[in-house]
Design a protein around this ligand. Sequence first.
Ligand SMILES: N=c1c2ncn([C@@H]3O[C@H](COP(=O)(O)OP(=O)(O)OP(=O)(O)O)[C@@H](O)[C@H]3O)c2ncn1[C@@H]1O[C@H](COP(=O)(O)O)[C@@H](O)[C@H]1O
Length: 117
Amino acid sequence: MTSSSTILQRLTQTIEARKSADPAHSYIAKLLSSNEDKVLKKIAEEAAETIMACKDNDREQIIYETADLWFHCLIMLARHDISPEAILSELERREGVSGIEEKLSRSQNQPEPTKAE
Ligand SMILES: N=c1c2ncn([C@@H]3O[C@H](COP(=O)(O)OP(=O)(O)OP(=O)(O)O)[C@@H](O)[C@H]3O)c2ncn1[C@@H]1O[C@H](COP(=O)(O)O)[C@@H](O)[C@H]1O
């Protein structure tokens, strides 16, 4: 990877490499080799800590906790062999589509609820 690569690309490459690393020497390898619940719990924990930082209006803490949250989401994605590019592509696909319009089109495409006999 060149020095012009982004931290997201370098971290993604590190996570991939950690799939065959010793869990005793790597936090990522430990999370990749343990039960998925471990990383899912970390995501919930980091999301809660991010929310608390927002409630405290603590800018530094919001940045710190969001970094923890994104980091653990990257590990979750790697476990499912999903690259961060897939998420970026999904965001690109949505670009220019108003969230309000998208939600409205979804509710219009919903089938009519069937009446209980
Ligand atoms: N970016 C990160 C990164 N961000 C957060 N963390 C770790 O994520 C954990 C966050 O959990 P907490 O803050 O809740 O800390 P904790 O209470 O000790 O965690 P638990 O006991 O609950 O598991 C801490 O151990 C942090 O050190 C990270 N660990 C690694 N990286 C990157 O991954 C690379 C490889 O790391 P290893 O796989 O450990 O070699 C590193 O060089 C970094 O670039």
